[in-house]
Ligand binder design. Structure first.
Ligand code: PHE
Ligand code: FE
Length: 298
């Protein structure tokens, strides 16, 4: 995600010297080491194994379309040929997190920004900022789906509007609870499509199988009002009935009246169930309670 407060590295105020004015850089694929390619292969192998029966159909199709089973860190030049053909999207490399307006402008123009670095071996399970495995394996398969591709481009345009309205905090929650941590109801059962889940070994299982989190039917207003945590597994997941329905309530909806309506309403605390929620699973919250320390909440 963007605007995460306590990141230590790969964060810049302006494009670093080696970057273009739009913050993009050359992926410089040739300079990845053998060890770095192998890190990708290790991460890929264990995620791939858990995907059947867990990942959304669109995500599984995306893995095939993009030929992500090919060993090693994907070369964006190759990846983009297929992705462009599928949905007009491309992946561009950036040195780290980019400012919100830059991020939204890229999305609106069907460019998904990806970190070009890969995590270290001792960070296989957790790192604070998105690396190429999260960005490419987590996000790009869904971008090969025309509906999700349209959603993300519209989100970019919506982000630029939200900056003008001063409602970025609300809109960012939509990104968090769909693009990063979304669940979808499929005929065979609940599936994961959020990049933060599909790129995480532990959360892929936790999000679907654990008794701890709430699983609630997606409702736009509700989601825009709901806080989220950025430091551990989610305490709430929101479930969309289909990608078509997601598009109907986002891309085809003017958010201005919604922002106006919720302006005077309180934010909803993490894990709280409110009147009107269609609760699929009422979580025990046992996992969150078992962890010491305060959640980092946005
Ligand atoms: N339709 C939203 C608006 O009017 C923008 C948006 C589209 C947001 C798709 C998210 C996803 O601002
Ligand atoms: Fe992400």
């Amino acid at each position: 995600m963007f605007s995460e407060p306590e990141l230590e590295t790969h964060v810049y105020d302006k494009p670093p010297a080696h970057a273009n004015a739009d913050w993009t850089i050359d992926q410089d694929w040739a300079s990845y080491s053998a060890e770095e390619h192998e890190t990708w292969d290790i991460l890929y192998a264990r995620q791939k194994e858990m995907l059947p029966g867990r990942a959304a159909q669109a995500f599984l199709d995306g893995i095939d379309i993009l030929n992500l089973s090919k060993p090693g860190i994907p070369d964006f030049r190759e990846l983009n040929r297929v992705l462009m053909d599928a949905t007009g999207w491309e992946v561009v490399a950036v040195p780290g997190l980019v400012p919100d307006d830059v991020f939204f402008d890229h999305l609106a123009n069907r460019r998904f920004v990806s970190g070009n670095f890969i995590r270290k071996r001792e960070q296989l399970d957790y790192l604070k900022e998105p690396d190429i495995f999260h960005d490419v394996f987590g996000h790009v398969p869904m971008l090969a789906d025309p509906r999700f591709g349209d959603y993300m481009a519209a989100y970019g345009r919506g982000g630029l509007r939200a900056l003008k309205f001063g409602t970025l905090k609300q809109l960012a929650r939509l990104y968090w609870y769909t693009v990063e941590f979304g669940l979808i109801q499929e005929p065979e059962g609940l599936r994961i499509y959020g990049a933060g889940i599909v790129s995480s070994y532990g959360e892929s299982v936790f999000a679907l199988d654990d008794a701890s989190p709430n699983r609630i039917e997606f409702d736009l207003e509700r989601v825009l009002r709901t806080e989220y945590r950025i430091d551990d597994y989610q305490q709430n997941y929101f479930v969309i009935p289909s990608l078509d329905e997601l598009l109907r309530v986002t891309v085809e909806t003017d958010f201005k009246p919604v922002y106006d309506k919720i302006a005077d309403m309180p934010d909803i605390a993490i894990a709280k169930i409110i009147d009107g929620d269609e609760v699929l699973t009422k979580g025990t919250q046992e996992y969150a309670q078992s962890k010491s320390g305060d959640a980092i909440i946005v």
